[in-house]
Design a protein around this ligand. Structure first.
Ligand SMILES: [Zn+2]
Length: 118
């Protein structure tokens, strides 16, 4: 199995509800998010790639246009956009375009990752 990944970055705010007033994520706050899409394939294309990294440019455009410097609660229409939910949402967006997508990871801080992998 061949596996590749590429990282993307965006900054956004969010607020999580139902955690109690003392929970820091209950307050409006922001992160410099890291998105890492992973793609896997048993075979390579005629150029020796799982897919060409350049093909992922539309994913960067989607992130820039839809998520960057936005309030994620507004974008995703949810009461609270966790990294886990964001990973699934972005996985589904990519999977429609590239069947090789095997996982999506979201980082809010240097010490934390959330991953969606079917
Ligand atoms: Zn947060």
């Amino acid at each position: 199995m061949y596996t590749i990944s590429k990282q993307f970055h965006f900054s956004a705010s969010h607020q999580l509800f139902g955690l109690g007033d003392c929970h820091p994520c209950a307050r409006l706050h922001g992160h410099n998010y890291i998105v890492e899409v992973e793609l896997s394939s048993e075979t390579l294309d005629e150029h020796g790639f799982v897919i060409d990294y350049n093909d992922l440019g539309v994913f960067k455009t989607f992130i820039d246009d839809t998520l960057d410097h936005r309030h994620l609660n507004d974008v995703c229409g949810d009461d609270g956009v966790t990294s886990e939910k964001l990973a699934k949402w972005l996985f589904d967006w990519c999977k429609k375009r590239w069947p090789e997508v095997s996982a999506m990871r979201i980082s809010e801080t240097p010490k934390t990752w959330a991953e969606y992998r079917p």
